[in-house]
Design a protein. Structure first.
Ligand code: C2E
Ligand code: CA
Ligand code: CA
Length: 717
């Protein structure tokens, strides 16, 4: 059983992360501003509050209608086009921009695929703005199809471009080179789509939308007003939606021949004082099945708000809930998105099918009357059920159907949580590996990563920026540093902790790398310094004056020419002497192109602040740089401590010790976990230590207590 679930998870993850599906998801989400603008306009034009529109007419003049119509046309009306552009550019960016050494700007790919779309789909007889740019009338699925076929085709053909070799060393502007190199593949792609179109035309597929309507209408020819017709209609409509095809539009013939006549017959029957006789009507489906729009998306939104741990989905659900109350569901359809989303494929089909069955049986068993009124499709939950049936029981049934929808969606929202947690873990592993690498500016280490990792990095960077403004997410812990000869605490290193509200503790070097990428390292660094100095000042009040506070600083912080001023400012505010502060920097600071950071270190030392080189022995500098570098302390990296006492390491340490003694530099050994390690280093004349053997990093108060005890028992074998 475990094996089966594991393979299902793997399969879902595999499908969910196929580059094309990923591009569709990102592409759809990127057109959200349009969709939301369109939804609002649509809502205002159709909101079913009596007198609302005429109130606006009176107060604003009839112009507001023109404005809303323009917005609707300019957003929903070109949504297919926008979707094509954003999917293609998302895909092109994700695939990276270097193909065989030629830089292909995503815009080039987008332009080619856009052209392919027009060649393949624009109506022969002009008036192109109508129809195929828009959401509803068949443009959208064609745009989807062409986006996901033209982008891979173009980038594939780029590999064989005869101009690649010719241009790869041409230098100058790489974007222009890329665009020139793209000419053959671009022409070929556009041409191929033209050929496909010709072929389709000759095969008789001239008006795909119309023909599809006939095709999907066929199964319902002569069908009765029965439960199976209802289930078939809803199942087909939802399946079409899943592939981005506007279900109700394509099933227009079925609506026209079965649903609408049935509604009319019921209304007429009532007006003639006869019992209505049709269960399956358009208002029936609108009231009991399309709650919140096709796919009963209001139920999905509530299920997400009830159980989802995916923060972006929760935010989206909050935005989507207002339009969904009036059955406008484009926001969730695009934002989540529902289209081609493997997680929601099943409930998106199942919820409406189950609702149809429940509502049908409830009506069949006379628990609820048949529909006797036409309702506007925007009539909200509760009102719709009442208005369609003319009975309170209709409203109750609508709420029950909604609850049924939530129950169907909930397990899949949970599944989404599990998949999201797994994805987070994998992406975080990548971020940790990337954050650990030396910073090679100007590229951003984490934010520029392609795929899921880049998305996670961007989301976390945004969260970190917000976290800087609140008190409870970012805090420090302190790890004591011990003089083993005297058995005393001599100082402590402040270590950053970021507790993310959803993901928990984020590794500090990932947080630092994100802050560097997002250009907020200056703010974060200053916050850390201020917090640490404020905490250390508590020790001064208790009379402890000979403890040194070590604070980590990243190389990026040294790009700030006012760094010294800012540090002095913090010291003055908190009442610390400069000699009580030590900044820990890694060797990479010596590698930055200009020497200004080394000059800043000199300035810091000149006013009495101490400087330590962190992770010594790990980087490229090591012994050679020690002579030129203004330092007081060298921290021997954990990897030397953890390794076995094999000869080579001991030799290296012996020479570090010798050199440091000669230059009057203090040594602190990091990551000491065992007595054996301690003895090994003491035998090498090292006396200052930091590590789990003495103490884990402690909270601010824990650290003050630890120091106030002063005396430390040095463990022995
Ligand atoms: P680091 O400066 O080398 O910090 C020492 C790390 O070793 C800390 O990890 C500490 O918890 C861990 N450690 C201490 N004793 C032991 C031990 O006995 N055994 C083992 N296995 N580990 C031990 P932490 O807190 O996860 O920090 C990781 C890195 O993140 C730090 O390495 C530092 O480079 C960076 N960092 C942490 N706080 C800050 C900060 O405030 N600013 C900046 N720029 N970087 C920070
Ligand atoms: Ca450190
Ligand atoms: Ca270190």
């Amino acid at each position: 059983m475990k094996l089966v679930t594991a393979s299902i998870f793997r399969l879902m993850e595999y499908i969910g992360e196929l580059p094309l599906l990923l591009a569709i998801r990102r592409g759809l989400a990127m057109v959200l501003p349009l969709i939301i603008a369109g939804s609002l306009a649509l809502l205002l034009l159709n909101i079913p509050i009596p007198g609302f529109q005429s109130f606006l007419d009176d107060t604003l003049g009839a112009q507001w209608r023109t404005l809303c119509t323009l917005i609707e046309q300019g957003s929903f009306g070109i949504a297919s086009l926008a979707v094509l552009i954003s999917i293609v550019s998302a895909y092109a960016r994700d695939k990276g921009s270097l193909i065989n050494g030629i830089g292909v700007n995503p815009v080039v790919t987008t332009a080619v695929c856009l052209s392919a779309y027009f060649v393949a789909a624009a109506p022969l007889d002009g008036n192109i703005l109508q129809g195929f740019f828009s959401l509803g009338s068949g443009g959208f699925p064609i745009a989807l199809c062409i986006a996901i076929t033209s982008a891979p085709l173009f980038l594939f053909l780029m590999r064989f471009s005869p101009l690649n070799n010719f241009l790869s060393s041409a230098g100058d502007d790489s974007d222009v080179n890329g665009a020139l190199a793209a000419i053959p593949a671009g022409i070929a792609t556009i041409f191929i789509f033209g050929l496909v179109r010709l072929f389709l035309n000759q095969a008789g597929f001239t008006d795909l939308h119309n023909q599809a309507q006939f095709l999907f209408g066929a199964p319902f020819q002569g069908a009765g007003n029965t439960l199976s017709t209802g289930l078939g209609y809803i199942a087909l409509s939802q399946s079409l939606w899943f592939f981005g095809l506007h279900g109700p539009n394509l099933l227009f013939l079925a609506e026209n021949q079965i649903l609408s006549p049935a509604s009319l017959a019921n209304i007429q029957a009532v007006s003639q004082g006869v019992e209505p006789s049709f269960i399956l009507t358009k208002p029936f489906l609108d009231a009991f099945v399309h709650i919140g729009g096709s796919g009963s998306t209001l139920a999905l939104i509530l299920a997400i708000l009830l159980r989802s741990k995916v923060i972006s989905n929760r935010r989206l659900a909050l935005i989507a809930i207002l339009p969904a109350l009036f059955n406008v569901n484009e926001v969730i359809l695009f934002g989540l998105p529902l289209v081609l989303n493997p997680i929601y494929a099943i409930p998106f089909l199942l919820a409406p099918v189950v609702q149809t069955a429940v509502a049908y049986w409830a009506t069949f068993l006379h628990l609820v009357p048949m529909t006797v009124n036409d309702i506007h499709w925007t009539t909200p939950l509760g009102f719709g059920g009442y208005a369609a049936t003319g009975a309170i029981s209709g409203a109750v049934l609508q709420v029950i159907c909604m609850a049924v929808g939530i129950v169907v969606y909930l397990p899949f929202v949970e599944l989404g949580n599990i998949l999201n947690a797994r994805r987070f873990k994998r992406s975080m592993n990548v971020l940790m590996a990337v954050a650990g690498t030396a910073d090679q500016k100007p590229s951003k280490r984490c934010l520029d990563l392609p795929g899921q990792e880049g998305m996670l990095a961007k989301a976390l960077a945004a969260d970190l920026t917000r976290a800087l403004d609140c008190d409870d997410q970012i805090y420090l812990v302190y790890q004591p540093q011990i003089d083993a000869d005297k058995g005393k605490v001599v100082g402590a290193e402040a270590l950053l902790r970021w507790k993310h509200p959803i993901h928990g503790l984020i590794p500090p070097h990932v947080a630092v790398a994100l802050a560097e990428d997002a250009d907020i390292i200056g703010r974060l660094g200053l916050r850390i310094l201020l917090d640490a100095c404020t905490q250390h000042a508590v020790l001064l009040q208790k009379g402890v004056r000979d403890c040194v506070l070590a604070v980590n600083m990243s190389a990026a912080q040294f790009e700030d020419v006012k760094l010294v001023e800012k540090i002095v400012d913090v010291l003055e505010k908190t009442g610390l002497e400069p000699t009580m502060l030590k900044v820990e920097v890694t060797e990479s600071i010596a590698l930055t192109p200009d020497a200004s950071s080394v000059a800043i270190l000199r300035d810091l030392r000149a006013i009495g602040i101490r400087v330590a080189i962190d992770d010594f022995g790990m980087g490229h500098t090591s012994l050679r740089y020690l002579r030129e570098f203004p330092v007081d302390t060298v921290k021997i990296d954990r990897c030397f401590t953890q390794e076995s006492a094999a000869g080579v390491n001991d030799h290296i340490i012996a020479s570090i010790v010798q050199l440091c003694e000669a230059m009057g530099i203090q040594i602190i050994v990091e990551g000491v976990e065992t007595v054996a390690q301690l003895e090994r280093f003491r035998a090498q004349r090292c006396s200052l230590f930091q590590g789990y053997l003495f103490s884990q990093p402690l909270s601010g108060e824990g650290y003050v207590d630890f120091i106030c005890q002063r005396q430390v028992v040095i463990p022995k074998n």
